[in-house]
Design a protein around this ligand. Structure first.
Ligand SMILES: C[S@@+](CC[C@H](N)C(=O)[O-])C[C@H]1O[C@@H](n2cnc3c(N)ncnc32)[C@H](O)[C@@H]1O
Length: 242
């Protein structure tokens, strides 16, 4: 059976209930922060893996960085294109559909690769998460860097019951942390009136910084900056032999 993340983001209700997760101002400030963290300059190329609706790429381009959006979900990319058609300043450089497990670009072409707002750690088996990072490392140029932004295992309120409404539809999210396996487990139920249309189980890795550093190491990356603000942002470089 295919893993949940291969189809989950293609359903309308993700965009309907969650939409743009934070304000455009915050997205802009995140893009600026990332550019300064990894020393990006005008004209550098960034690949945003699991870009969703491409909000960070728009913000990168506003500060002169060339951004390429990669996402597996046709629905997410369709929403990105729709937003593009009404945005002043015209279309973005590249929007590409493909999987992080087999990135459709040549080796060594990007100055930086980003995984933002928890776009990593979905695979059930850690070996696949390592492959995901190894692919990212392959497309980085030799001194390139990556930024991984994940929910903070020590600060995120993982035990949560949330209800959201959109017109006649409601979303009920039940979330908990499986400490033994280091995974967040979520039950996502969508109702039209009192009828449950969709009942999905999702799960992803909630890494501690050292667990993530170990997975990075297996992919040939060295972690050299960890920020534990509201999220865990890891910056890493390719190893010299990579
Ligand atoms: C939580 S959303 C984050 C979206 C975006 N980074 C943001 O900040 O709004 C995760 C994204 O990862 C994408 N994704 C999941 N698995 C993927 C894969 N194997 N390859 C590429 N993208 C993937 C999903 O389609 C979804 O758009």
């Amino acid at each position: 059976m295919p893993e949940w993340w291969t189809h989950f983001f293609d359903e309308d209700d993700y965009a309907l209930f969650l939409g743009e997760p934070v304000s455009p101002e915050r997205t802009r400030s995140e893009a600026k922060g990332i550019a300064s963290l990894v020393g990006l300059q005008d004209g550098n190329w960034v690949l945003d893996v699991g870009c969703g609706t491409g909000r960070h790429c728009v913000a990168f381009q506003e500060i002169g960085i060339r951004a390429t959006e990669l996402d597996l979900s046709a629905q997410m990319l369709a929403n990105a294109l729709k937003a593009d058609s009404v945005r002043p300043g015209g279309p973005r450089h590249f929007i590409c559909r493909g999987s992080a497990l087999s990135i459709p670009f040549l080796a060594g072409v990007f100055d930086a690769v980003t995984f933002l707002y928890t776009s990593f750690g979905f695979c059930e088996h850690e070996a696949d998460n390592t492959t995901w990072l190894a692919e990212m490392r392959r497309v980085l140029r030799p001194s390139g860097q990556c930024v991984i932004d994940l929910a903070n295992r020590f600060r995120e309120p993982f035990t949560q019951h949330t209800v959201r409404h959109a017109g006649s539809r409601s979303l009920v999210i039940d979330k908990c942390l499986d400490i033994e396996r280091g995974r967040v487990r979520v039950r996502w139920r969508v109702y039209t009136g009192r009828l449950c249309d969709r009942d999905v189980s999702l799960h992803w890795r909630a890494y501690t910084p050292w667990e993530l550093a170990a997975t990075m190491g297996r992919a040939g990356l060295v972690s050299h900056h960890v920020s534990m603000a509201t999220t865990t942002a890891h910056r890493s470089r390719r190893t010299r032999q990579g």
